[in-house]
Ligand binder design. Structure first.
Ligand SMILES: [Zn+2]
Length: 199
């Protein structure tokens, strides 16, 4: 007995999402059938628009629907601090903490020779260009995750940036080793930012 084709397609689609196994995909597919038409359209449109309207900010590399992004355009932000994160979702984590008011730069990954990720694969060139062309930036705060790759990337960036006379700091420990900043609670993260140390 095979699933009707539209259901089979839906199951396949759900299974492409992270953390969704076959059983959950089947449950979600059958649930979708019971949803009303408007809700399904809204859901489908949200998926489509995510791909159509979102792009990467040409300055910081964050996900945005306007270029430059709202943060890069905001003159009220502290222009002397620039916080470097691995992924766009990390920007949201920091913003939700409401304790940091500077600029961002998104690397889109970390150095990981095993996975073929070298400096060229990351958003590093644009970071250096940004530091060269913007004299307001006095401090780069490296907020890569506390994993071996995150640490290696932080060291690499410090080596590149420090000769330019820009202070490079790393989030304070308190973030447990091997942890992603997205799982840190706001208090811990807030303390990690205010207690950052120079590299
Ligand atoms: Zn931006």
């Amino acid at each position: 007995m095979q699933y009707p084709e539209p259901i089979a397609k839906l199951i396949d689609s759900y299974m492409r999402l992270p953390g969704i196994g076959r059983k959950t995909a089947i449950r979600l597919a059958y649930f979708t059938v019971t949803m009303n038409k408007d809700d399904v359209s809204m859901f489908a449109n949200a998926l489509k628009e995510t791909k159509q309207l979102l792009k990467y900010c040409s300055i910081c590399g964050d996900l945005t629907d306007e270029n430059p992004c709202a943060i890069c355009q905001d003159g009220q932000r502290n222009q002397s601090e620039l916080l470097v994160v691995e992924q766009p979702k990390d920007v949201m984590v920091m913003e939700n903490m409401k304790n940091y008011h500077g600029l961002y730069h998104v690397l889109h990954g970390v150095l990981s020779p095993m996975d073929g990720k070298g400096p060229e694969e990351l958003n590093i060139k644009s970071l250096l260009k940004r530091l060269q062309s913007n004299e307001n930036i006095k401090e780069v705060i490296v907020a890569t995750n506390a994993t071996p790759e995150g640490e290696a990337t932080a060291m690499y960036l410090a080596k590149l940036i420090k000769p330019a006379g820009i202070k490079v700091t790393r989030l304070a420990h308190g973030l447990s080793v091997g942890s992603d900043i997205e799982y840190a609670d706001e208090m811990t993260l807030s303390r990690a930012v205010s207690g950052r140390t120079e590299m």
